[in-house]
Design a binder for this molecule. Structure first.
Ligand code: PEP
Length: 251
């Protein structure tokens, strides 16, 4: 399905921002959203320390709030972790799961991501499940097999288009300034759409985001690729003007 869905521009702030910076960025986006209707659905995912302050800064703006990870349990003895229920309680509607930085830095497996997606669902959050191949896997011609394996392993039963989005993020494109060609993006997104049919009742309505070095100057071309329903944006989401320009391209 192409462009029938309301696109989503999701900003992943990662481990960036002290309170003053984060609130200023959130307020700048809220001010833009008040001046003109947002071009697409807008989501910002600040570090957990800023969730409450950012929630307050974007209140009433229509901009959504998300977490960057959650635990599989809703509470308990898990020092340093945060639960999906806590994210919901802080004003989140979304949570990013299985980002390649967590898969690498914290050795997160597909099975763990799947359990986290269940917890997110139980707490009423929409999970943005990240998948994508490494450079070595792409060069070995394994891209489609890898994303199929990650999808199959990371998605629990019982989700639908209102409770999950997929983010295709080639690991080698994240933070590098490199992107796949438009044809390569379209091929992977088309494959993901087909693979979703085995797992989700309404695969045509699931938003499949592209992530990896999305910038104001390449966003429109990337959004024109087939089956691209928005963007997951890292570095460029830290500047209000850049994030907004990408959101415009998601219109
Ligand atoms: C990301 O981390 O999800 C991401 C896409 O980062 P960047 O836009 O900086 O490549």
């Amino acid at each position: 399905m192409e462009a029938a869905l309301r696109r989503l521009a999701a900003g992943n702030w990662k481990m960036n921002g002290l309170r003053a910076d984060g609130v200023a960025l959130a307020r700048a986006l809220a001010t833009r959203a008040a001046a003109a209707p947002p071009p697409c659905e807008l989501l910002i995912c600040p570090p957990a320390t800023l969730l409450m302050a950012v929630a307050e800064a974007i209140a009433g703006s229509g901009i959504e709030l998300g977490g960057q990870d959650c635990h599989t349990s809703d509470k308990g003895a898990h020092t340093g972790d945060i639960s999906a229920a806590m994210l919901r309680d802080s004003g989140c509607r979304y949570v990013i799961l299985g980002h390649s930085e967590r898969r690498t830095d914290h050795h997160e497996s597909d099975a763990l991501v799947r359990e986290k997606a269940k917890a997110a669902h139980a707490a009423g959050l929409t999970a943005i499940v990240c998948i994508g191949e490494t450079l070595a896997e792409r060069q070995a011609g394994q891209t489609l097999a890898i994303v199929s394996r990650q999808l199959g392993g990371s998605l629990p039963e019982g989700l639908d288009s209102s409770t999950v989005c997929i983010a295709y993020e080639p690991v080698w494109a994240i933070g590098t300034g490199r992107t796949p060609t438009i044809a390569e993006v379209a091929a992977v997104h088309g494959h993901i759409r087909q693979a979703l049919a085995a797992r989700i009742a309404d695969p045509g309505n699931v938003r499949i985001l592209y992530g990896g070095s999305v910038k104001p100057d390449n966003a429109a071309a990337l959004m024109a690729a087939g089956d691209v329903d928005g963007a997951l944006i890292g570095g460029a989401s830290l500047a209000a003007a850049d994030f907004w320009a990408i959101a415009e391209a998601c219109r």
